[in-house]
Design a protein around this ligand. Structure first.
Ligand code: MN3
Length: 202
């Protein structure tokens, strides 16, 4: 059984960048719903439900066709949000250092180039989805976006940073102003955690 992870901070801690009410609904209703629906979808799949969420999403072909969409959407929802909460911090912001900082400089024409590319990618994702920084099979950093609750794991890549651009992630405070939400999000990125994610897969 998958469980809703506890946050390492309170719902109000990310104010004023992400409001407390949004955090509460996003974690205790949206994410909790993905976990419940994922467990329901996996209920009869004895061999698969003991696997890690990463392994399940990397091998969706192993899921029977009639359950695959439910596992993709809700398993993706569980994985994506679990990552998302950990890369946020009230002491966040700034830019990455160490080997991740070096790799960002090299791949994206500096941190400002990376920030511009990532922001554009997140803005251009039509409808609901995510923007990502991930490590590809050659070990290089790349930026992409995915629809719905899809993620880079489903294409054999390793996500290290994700931004939820579903309206449920920002509508209460920012309404239709996704650009303002994204600008705020840069101020609360926990780069220490993203550097740790990078060091595990690069
Ligand atoms: Mn969400």
């Amino acid at each position: 059984m998958f469980v809703l992870p506890k946050l390492e901070y309170s719902y109000a801690d990310l104010e004023p960048y992400i409001d407390s009410r949004t955090m509460e609904i996003h974690h205790s209703k949206h994410h909790a719903g993905y976990v419940t629906n994922l467990n329901n979808a996996l209920e009869t799949l004895k061999d698969i439900k003991t696997r890690s969420i990463e392994e399940i999403l990397t091998k969706l072909d192993a899921i029977p066709v009639d359950l695959r969409t439910a596992v993709r959407n809700n398993g993706g929802g569980h994985y994506n949000h679990s990552l998302f909460w950990t890369i946020l911090s009230k002491k966040g912001g700034g830019r990455p250092s160490g080997s991740l900082g070096d790799a960002v400089e090299k791949e994206f024409d500096g941190f400002d180039g990376f920030k511009a590319t990532f922001t554009k990618t997140a803005m251009e994702r039509f409808g609901s989805g995510w923007a990502w920084l991930f490590v590809n099979s050659e070990g290089s950093l790349r930026v992409s976006s995915t629809p719905n609750q899809d993620n880079p794991l489903m294409d054999g890549n390793k996500p290290i940073l994700g931004l939820d651009v579903w309206e449920h992630a920002y509508y209460i405070k920012y309404q239709n102003k996704r650009a303002d939400y994204i600008a705020s999000w840069w101020e609360i990125i926990n780069w220490t955690k993203v550097e740790e994610n990078y060091s595990k897969v690069a």
